[in-house]
Write a protein that binds this ligand. Sequence first.
Ligand code: ADP
Length: 164
Amino acid sequence: MRSMRRAVCPGSFDPLHNGHLEIIARASNLFDEIIVAVSTNPAKRYRFSLDERLQMARETLSALRGITIEAMGEGLLADFCRRHGADAIVKGVRTSADLTFEVPMATMNRHLTGVETVFLAADPAYVHLSSTLLKEVGSLGGDISGFVPRSVYRRMTAPPAGRA
Ligand code: ADP
C-alpha cells in the first residue's frame, strides 16, 4: 500500500487570490494532503494581519477535503515541512523571474532537510496575478472581483473601520 503523500503550499497570501487557489487545487490532485502554510516575514509590511490571512484561507479552503491551513510560524520552511512530515513543497511559477528566485531556495531546502520542491506552471488565466498588483488595483477602485475569492473581496472593499 502506498503511504500518504503530504505537501506544503507556502506563501504570505496577503491576500489569497485565484492564482494561489488554482495552484493549491492542482497540488491537491497530486498529493493526498495539502498544508497551506501562511508565512509572516518580520521585515515585510502586510495589508492583512496573520489572523486575517488565516481566516481568509480558512473561509475559502477549509471545506475542501485534504487541505488544512496553518500559520508557518517563525523559522525555516524546511523545518516546518519536517515537523509536519511533508514530502514536498509546491510552488506556482509565473515567469522566469519567479524561477530565478525560487530555484536557489528549492536547492537550499533540499540541502537542509531533503524536502523536494515541485514547480507547477501558472495557468495562463492567472499568470498576471500577484497580491501586490491586486492590492494596488483594488485600492484605486479597479474591479478585482473576478480575481479573488469572495471572502477576500469583502475584506478588500470593506472600509478600514470594518476590518477587524
Ligand atoms: P510570497 O511567498 O512571495 O509572499 P505569495 O503569498 O504571493 O508569495 O504566493 C505564494 C506562492 O504562490 C508563490 O510562491 C507562488 O508559488 C504562488 N503564486 C503566486 N501568484 C501566483 C499565480 N498568479 N499563479 C500561480 N502561482 C502563484
